[in-house]
Design a binder for this molecule. Structure first.
Ligand SMILES: O=C(O)C1=C[C@@H](OP(=O)(O)O)[C@@H](O)[C@H](O)C1
Ligand SMILES: C=C(OP(=O)(O)O)C(=O)O
Length: 412
């Protein structure tokens, strides 16, 4: 049995940084994620004048309920959509200031329009430099009064998370009617974390009511990243081993832990305690049809192990994986085909047939999840390489060393 320590959750770290910045008092974050996405977020906060002090296992953030300490700033959000969608929303609440945001080439391509339109509906003066609904953008902040909104979050739940977190910073609070929602479990993370920082959101069906006022600083422990854990769970399932991830148990916030239910349906043995999850397998996996709308960051993990199943794997309702770090449906199909596997795709689905993948150079499209997913497939296709192995820095800079140690340690 191998016990593996997984780095902190990207999603939890990003939310905690936003909430801590907006809170009254100094927040301490325990076990935050150190990666390009979260460093981009803290760098952005620093540019906006927030005080962030980082020790290896704890970060301290001096909250500023009144908003950024500077009235003029340029922020580069790098490749992180949480940064690119949450930080401009935080800056919009400032009572006065001009804030320009830009991002990586891929993040400039990724959509933002439902969020920027919602901010404009709330009276925020927001200008795009190029295409509407994309970075770069400039906000002339003058405070947000609040009110009612209708939001389509069918492309990204992050629009809704950003607006929910904005709610307490508005003068009158927010009422948000959501028409479509993807990645729904991420909203549960948001609501739970807002509660930890002192704000209770009321939800009736698809309507969220957020009161005005009052995030309180706290000490917040970041749980391990469930999407990152999926590579280790999948590796155990594929190679007939056992792995335990402490810190991700029945009480975990992250929906992506439900990836283990997919492995269970494929034949793995999954045990969950209050504080840990263990996956054990004989290595024999069956195919399935599965809807991954809620947990689509783990779609590439499943796609990469799918050829080893005894029958086809069909993954449905994952259209929004086409607007992530790359078009993940096509990237998975392209790489699996290069490995000699039969794959079919549609607008929002992928179907992968059993086969024996041969090693190839994986075309990563700069996407951390393509590398980490195909590293799992590579366990049964030795010689697999990557055109950009370093892009794992987005969420897990130490992935290659950790994965090599894990697979060596659990061999036999
Ligand atoms: O809120 C978050 O932290 C995230 C929400 C999801 O995005 P979408 O809602 O765009 O699917 C997920 O894919 C992303 O990695 C992190
Ligand atoms: C989609 C992802 O990230 P983000 O949307 O936060 O850039 C991811 O980490 O898989």
């Amino acid at each position: 049995m191998t016990v593996i320590d997984i780095p902190g959750s990207k999603s939890v770290t990003a939310r905690a940084l936003f909430l801590a910045a907006a809170a009254d008092g100094t927040t301490t974050l325990l076990r935050p994620l150190h990666s390009d996405d979260t460093e981009g977020f803290t760098e952005g906060l620093t540019r906006l004048g927030y005080g962030v002090t980082r020790e290896p296992d704890r970060w301290h953030i001096e909250g500023r309920p009144a908003g950024p300490a500077v009235t003029d700033a340029e922020v580069h959000c790098r490749d992180g959509a949480t940064t690119a969608r949450f930080l401009p929303t935080l800056a919009a609440a400032a009572s006065r200031g001009t804030y320009r945001f830009d991002a990586s080439a891929q993040m400039r391509r990724r959509p933002l329009a439902p969020l920027t339109e919602a901010l404009r509906t709330l009276g925020v003066d927001l200008r795009h430099e190029g295409a509407e609904g994309h970075h770069p953008l400039t906000i002339e902040a003058s405070g947000v009064k609040g009110g009612e909104l209708t939001l389509d979050a069918g492309e990204s739940s992050q629009y809704l998370t950003a607006l929910l977190m904005l709610g307490p910073l508005t003068a009158e609070g927010l009422r948000i009617d959501v028409t479509e929602l993807v990645s729904a479990p991420y909203i549960e993370i948001t609501l739970s974390m807002m509660r930890s920082f002192g704000v209770e959101v009321t939800r009736e069906g698809n309507t969220f009511t957020v009161p005005s006022g009052g995030y309180r600083a706290t000490t917040y422990a970041v749980e391990p990243d469930a999407s990152t854990a999926s590579y280790f769970f999948a590796a155990a399932a594929l190679t007939g081993r056992e792995v335990t991830v402490p810190g991700l148990g029945a009480d975990a916030l992250q929906g992506d832990l439900r990836f283990t239910e997919v492995l269970r349906r494929m034949g793995a043995d999954v045990r969950t305690t209050a504080d840990a999850t263990t996956v054990r397998s004989s290595g024999r996996l069956s195919g399935l049809t599965v809807n991954m709308r809620d947990i689509s960051d783990t779609m590439p993990t499943l796609a990469a192990i799918a050829p080893f199943a005894t029958s086809p794997v069909r993954i449905e309702d994952v259209a929004n994986t086409r607007v992530k770090e790359c078009d993940r449906l096509e990237a998975c199909a392209q790489n699996l085909r290069a490995m000699g596997i039969t794959v079919h795709t549609g607008p929002d689905w992928i179907e992968i047939h059993p086969g024996t993948p041969r090693p190839t150079e994986i075309v990563t499209h700069g996407d951390h999840r393509i590398v980490m997913s195909f590293a799992v497939a590579g366990l049964r296709a030795p010689g697999t390489t990557y055109d950009d192995p370093g892009c794992v820095r987005k969420t897990f800079p130490g992935f290659h060393a950790a994965f090599a140690e894990f697979t060596a340690g659990s061999a036999g």
